[in-house]
Every structure is written in C-alpha cells, then in structure tokens.
Design a protein around this ligand. Structure first.
Ligand SMILES: [Zn+2]
Length: 487
C-alpha cells in the first residue's frame, strides 16, 4: 500500500515536470567548432538522460562478462562439497549396516569430492575393515595417528586391531598413548586396566584404577574390591622378590579396604603369624569370620596357630564357632578340628548340626571319613559317599564372566583372564573347574605357617587339588563352553 502511494507520488512529479517543460520549452543554441545546434531545453534534457542510461547498461554488461568464470567455479565447488558430504553420510550408514561394497564406493566418492583427508579417513578405514582389508585399514589408522586432530581415532583403530590379534605388548603401548591423549575417557581407562592386569603389571594397574575411580570409569564399590585384589597380587609379588615388609604392607592395605574379603584376611593373618604376631593374626581372622564365615578363613585359622596340640586347636575352633553359632561353616570347621583330635563324638555332633543347616556334599564326605576313622566301618562310609554324590554342592569361587569354578580364589580367571571376577556362591550352572596347570604363575603357593603335623590326620577331599575334573563338573546341570573375553 505504501509502495503504491509512493509510486503514484513519483509518477505525479514526473508528469508535472514533463507538463512544465512542454509548456516552457525554452531554447538552447550550441555553437562548437563551426557546428550549430538549435533545440529546446526539454529535448536536450531527454537526450542527456538517454545517454546516461546507455552508459550504465554498457558498464553492467562489461562487469558481468568479466566475473563469469569465478561465479561458475564457486557454484561448481559448492555442488562438489554437497555431493561429498552426501557420500560421507551414506558411507557411514553403509558401515553401520555392514554394507562393505557400498561403504567402499561412498568412501572413494567422499574422498574425491571433499579432498579433506581428516574427514574421510575414518570412513575409508572402516570401509577397508568391512572389506576384510586389515592392512589397508591399518595404513589409514597410521596416517590418522600423524595428524593431531585425528590421532585419537587412529590410536583407537590400531588398539582394537591389536586386541583382536592378541598382540598384548602393542595393545598396551597403544592404550597408554590413548590415555595420554584422552586421560578421562572411561573405555580408555578400563581397557588399559584390563591390559595391565593381564600383563601382571600390578603397580601400574593400581594407578590406572585410581585414575578411573576419580573419573567415574569404575564404580566406587567395584573399584575398592579391585584395589584390594591388586594389593594382594602386589603382596605376593613383593614376597617373590624377597621384600617381606612390602608384602605385609600391601596385605594390610588390602585387608583394610576389604576386611571381610576372605583371601585378604587369610593372607594378612598368615603373614602376621610368620613374623610371630599370632595374636594379631587370630584377631584378623576372627573379625572377618564374624562378618562372613568362610572355609579359607578356617584353614588360615588352623595354620596360624602357635600351638600344634590338636586339643588346643579344638578349643580355638570352639571359640571361633561360637562367634556365628548357627553357620554351617563354623560346625564344619569345628568338626574337622575335633576329628584331628580324635574327639569323634564332638565331630559327629557338629557334623549333624551342619547337616541340619545345609546337607551338602562336603558334610556327607566328612561323615564318611568319620565312620571309617572311628570304627573302620567301610560299609557306612560307602553309604555316606553315595549320599554325597547326590547332595547339593557347597559354595565355590565362580567366575562371573565365564562361569569357571575354582577351589581357591585367584585375581585372574584361569579360563577367560578376567580380573577380580570370582564370586563365592553356589555353582548353579557349573562350567569348568580351573585346572591347576592352567593357573597364572604370578601367585606363589602359600607355605604353611606351621609344620603340617596337626593337619595330616585330617583328610580334606574337597581341598585336594588332584580331585578329578569329571567328578567336579558332574555337579553342574548344564555344561557350556566358555568364550574367551573379546577384550
Ligand atoms: Zn572367567
């Protein structure tokens, strides 16, 4: 509306000027170099305006012709970039969909259109991997490593390749480099921790764990347990190297972090007993026992005793049992001490109580042993053993990653290599008992604190490492083949 009014006003002004000029034509005479022009003022004005118009038009035409190639180039480049980005997007979709041929085609197109290697390199590497060309993928990752903006992606690609190929040394170096580039990234910290524990680099793994707990890569509770497990390994390592003070210091730190963790308490108690601190050692076991009775604690409690007299042992175990009166572990431990002291009545009494609490395989076996030791009653022993075969199993260490069963706790699963994955529980799905020759070499055998004079009387079928694997696996309901961890 406003524009229309303005147009009308302008039109009115032009018409008014025109009328004025027609009514007052005037006269102009130009005399130049012998040429004389006689005309009206209106005509002169018209001719001047037309000439200015023609000059302006000519100038625009000339500019247009001069700038044409640049504008054409710009439009063509924009079209190429657009095609490049489209190819990049389609390539990523093809990688996600596992379309190897499509990924390769789009990677080439994006590379040709964009000419921006940092942008297209990852797609090219992934396309090469999808096509099974690991060598080409490795070349791309290596090139990415050389540019600061893509170095982390390159490290990640090479690290994944190294882990898959089982190249532990290479993987460890790459994981360290990844940590130096991105120190807070959770998967970097958990991967580095996993590699360091597999390489038995306990000190470095502890530092990585602490960094990971700070950045939230490890939950506080799991982190604390992992740290206790690491400290136990450091304790065994220090002992192997002859650093007995360090061995004790690490065991104390582990037991302080997880006082009720049986391997930590029994390790500390044994080391304390070895330095003559029997009272203190006993306290460590009693504290852990009152939270969670466990056969490993009972074994350590027996071994750390300064008194080899079987009757004195019975007294000690009576005190231990009274701390958690209704727990079957206490009855079993006391019955064992009583059998060693040939107190058959007391042994039978506590085995009956254990049987009432939980009628397991181990209790029936001990009853068989008792029948044979007391009266030489082979027939009764055989009856008990028959019952043992059908009884429910006792708790055992079970790897929560692969389900492997182990009689003793290990920080590294002998089957799948997972760290601190053993849980003390009933083997609902038995898979495989770790065979002694497959156990990792890092942990030395625990020497007994006392000469085994008090323990040789007691047969411990469930503690003997030579138990046949078939006998052990038959406890399970199904057998499945564990897969090694993918790393
Ligand atoms: Zn495992």
């Amino acid at each position: 509306m406003t524009r229309a009014i303005w147009f009308l006003i302008k039109l009115a002004i032009v018409v008014a000027i025109a009328i004025y000029l027609v009514e007052n034509p005037g006269a102009v005479t130009i005399d130049w170099q012998g040429y004389v022009i006689n005309t009206s003022f209106a005509m002169l004005l018209l001719v001047t305006v037309v000439l200015i118009g023609i000059a302006a038009l000519a100038y625009r035409l000339w500019r247009g012709i001069r700038g044409a190639p640049g504008a054409f180039g710009r439009r063509s480049r924009a079209r190429k970039r657009e095609r490049g980005y489209r190819a990049l997007t389609r390539g990523m979709v093809a990688v996600a969909a596992g379309d190897a041929a499509g990924a390769r085609r789009y990677a080439r197109e994006a590379d040709a259109m964009l000419r921006d290697p940092p942008l297209t390199m990852l797609l090219s590497a992934q396309a090469a991997q999808l096509n099974g060309d690991e060598k080409a993928a490795e070349r791309y990752f290596q090139t990415m490593l050389e540019r600061p903006e893509t170095a982390f992606l390159g490290v990640r690609g090479l690290l994944t390749q190294a882990i898959r190929d089982g190249n532990q040394t290479e993987a460890l170096q790459l994981a360290r480099r990844a940590k130096s580039l991105q120190p807070q990234t959770p998967w970097v910290l958990t991967t580095l921790f996993d590699l360091e524990t597999r390489a038995a680099q306990w000190g470095r793994a502890e530092q990585t764990l602490l960094d990971g707990m700070k950045s939230g890569a490890f939950p506080a509770e799991a982190g604390r347990h992992h740290r206790a497990a690491l400290l136990l390994e450091r304790s065994y390592e220090a002992e192997l190297e002859g650093h007995h003070d360090d061995a004790l210091r690490h065991a104390q730190a582990a037991a302080k972090l997880e006082p009720a963790f049986p391997p930590a308490a029994s390790r500390l108690a044994r080391l304390l007993a070895r330095t003559g601190k029997h009272r203190k050692a006993g306290k460590v076991i009693e504290k852990a026992w009152s939270t969670r009775p466990h056969p490993e604690l009972a074994d350590a409690y027996r071994d750390i005793s300064p008194d080899s007299d079987p009757l004195a042992q019975v007294k000690r175990f009576e005190r231990l049992q009274s701390m958690v009166p209704n727990d079957p572990e206490g009855h079993v431990a006391l019955a064992r001490a009583a059998m060693a002291a040939k107190l058959w009545g007391e042994a039978r009494n506590h085995l009956s109580k254990a049987l009432a609490e939980r009628p397991t395989d181990r209790v029936y076996r001990m009853l068989a042993e008792l029948a044979e030791a007391e009266h030489g009653d082979i027939a009764a022993a055989r009856d008990w053993l028959a019952k043992a075969a059908n009884a429910e199993p006792d708790p055992i260490w079970v790897c929560k990653e692969c389900g492997t069963l182990s009689k003793s706790w290990r920080s590294i699963c002998a089957q799948c290599g997972a760290f601190d994955s053993m849980e003390w529980k009933l083997p609902s799905v038995a898979v495989r008992i770790a065979e002694p020759h497959r156990l990792p070499p890092a942990r030395p055998p625990e020497p007994p604190a006392q000469p085994a004079t008090t323990t040789t009387v007691v047969q411990q079928p469930e503690e003997t490492p030579a138990a046949s694997p078939t006998q052990e696996t038959q406890r399970g309901t199904t057998a499945q083949q564990p897969q090694p961890a993918a790393g």
